[in-house]
Design a protein around this ligand. Sequence first.
Ligand code: NI
Length: 284
Amino acid sequence: MPQYIDSHAHLFFEEYGADLQEVLNRAKEAGICAIIVPGTNLKTSREAVALAEKFPEISACVGIHPHDASGAADEVLRETEELTRHPKVVAIGEIGLDYHYDFSPREKQTEVFAAQIDLAARRNLPCVLHTRESMADTCAIVAETVRRYPAWRAGSSPRRGVFHCFSGTIEEALHVREMGFWVSFTGNVTFKKSTSLDVVRALGVSRFFLETDSPYMSPVPLRGSRNEPAHIARIGKMLAQTLNVEELELAWATTFNAAALFALNIPDAEGGRSLNSDKVPVLE
Ligand code: NI
């Protein structure tokens, strides 16, 4: 059975208040071996950590989303940094810039994003990036951080973070990779107007990974309903078809890459291989 990681699911939202255990059971049955839960502000970052403490398959990211940037005082950033010391916190996220909604003033978004990507680099953690209609400014801050911290998760193949829910162009995807970042795709690839399948084809099977962005971004034909990690296999099946590879191969490559970025140790049910990022080379 194909084994997947859902690299982005906001399971702390009230949408899951009544049936989270059932959602997790369905995920397990669908072959989801790990779920990454990114925070969006200090409160939900704490909730993400609490979920990670309760459920072994969950790991947490902590961070302030650009929508919540205006509420992020120095104190909030200090407490976010404190949370990074928790053993089940695997990344800073989600952080970035959102010029579509502009829920926080751009100046404040920029300040809070810069402070948090700096935190990721200082703590040598990967980061989960949210960027909407803000690609150029996001990339400028990322590039500046990489320049200031050349050792940030450096190695034979640096893995510094992921541009989540990627919907950019092929050129942008290649630029993101040059900076040592992954792209991940959600149910957005199944939307009629999406051009992401061309990006997937340009990248090939080993250069991206998957997420649901639950409770949002349900894949077609479930679009509009609450999303959940079990639905990741729908995205996997579609992209395997797009790339003309076996679903098992796509699942293995994407699971491997997400496990490498977030340093998850996942025993591979298929071949007994351990997906431990320290022991196996990255597929690139
Ligand atoms: Ni998100």
